[in-house]
Design a protein around this ligand. Structure first.
Ligand code: PEP
Ligand code: MN
Length: 263
């Protein structure tokens, strides 16, 4: 089926180009987030990601800077002239966050939060809808129907791995889902190999696999010093790894006559 395009800021997702979303799991400080955004943009990322509100398994883990990160996001967007996406974890955040970011991410833990989806359906902000880690593709598509029925059709699916009997990786990345969404729906889909594998060394090979399977883009976590990250450091690429990934990605895309989307 022909894929519709979704605009995040001035960046087109789902067109003839491949989009790289990159940035830290969490915004930890202005220096960490800005330096990461500047670096990934210089290497070809066209959307910056960064967690403001974090849904952590343990209440004792870093919960994100919350509103304190708003000024950092605004600085990145205005000084680097690049769109920004962050996760919305609660409907009460929508009015304030809508003025700060270019797209909302619905996280894996919230794919089944239908009241959140109904509220997001009322907005005009594009949505990156992550797959619930125990959700079938059909359940994921029905979650998207909540957004569509509310009036928001600017949806980008994001495959981020599912829980399976396998434990050597954090999740099992479902490459079939990329092919399914591309062939059977009109929505663009990106891959998140960072959460899909949970291992930084696996991020590049799974990115290349997703690009080869027809994904419209990837979202990867990058940190200047992954071993010091306040969340998900074990799966973050450092700057050198990201640079290498982008070189390999461009080679793979050229096989499919595809280029990177730019800002
Ligand atoms: C994230 O993108 O940092 C995140 C929490 O992802 P997920 O919802 O896929 O676990
Ligand atoms: Mn993360």
């Amino acid at each position: 089926m022909k894929t519709k395009t979704v605009k995040i800021g001035s960046t087109l997702i789902g067109g003839s180009h491949f989009a790289v979303f990159a940035g830290p799991c969490s915004i930890e400080s202005e220096k960490q987030a800005f330096e990461t955004a500047e670096f990934v943009k210089s290497k070809g990322a066209c959307v910056i990601r960064g967690g403001v509100y974090k849904l952590r398994t343990s209440p004792n883990s870093f919960q994100g800077l919350g509103e304190k990160a708003f000024s950092i996001v605004k600085k990145i967007r205005s000084e680097l002239n690049i769109p920004f996406v962050t996760e919305v974890t609660d409907p009460r955040q929508i009015p304030d966050l809508a003025g700060v970011v270019d797209a909302f991410q619905v996280g894996s833990r919230n794919m089944h939060n239908y009241e959140l989806l109904k509220e997001l359906g009322q907005t005009k902000t594009p949505i990156i809808l992550k797959r619930g880690f125990c959700a079938t593709v059909e359940e994921w598509l029905k979650a998207a129907d909540y957004l569509v029925q509310g009036g928001n059709e600017d949806i980008i699916f994001c495959e981020r791995g599912i829980r399976s009997f396998e434990t050597v990786t954090r999740n099992t990345f479902d490459i079939n889902a990329i092919v399914y969404i591309k062939q059977r729906t009109e929505f663009p889909i990106i891959a998140d190999p960072s959460h899909g594998t949970g291992i930084s060394d696996f991020v590049t090979p799974v990115t290349l696999a997703a690009a080869s399977a027809g994904a419209d883009g990837v979202m990867v976590e990058v940190h200047p010093e992954p071993n010091k990250a306040l969340s998900d450091g074990f799966q973050a690429l450092d700057f050198e790894n990201f640079d290498q990934m982008m070189t390999q990605l461009k080679n793979v895309l050229s096989v499919f006559n595809k280029k990177l989307e730019s800002v």
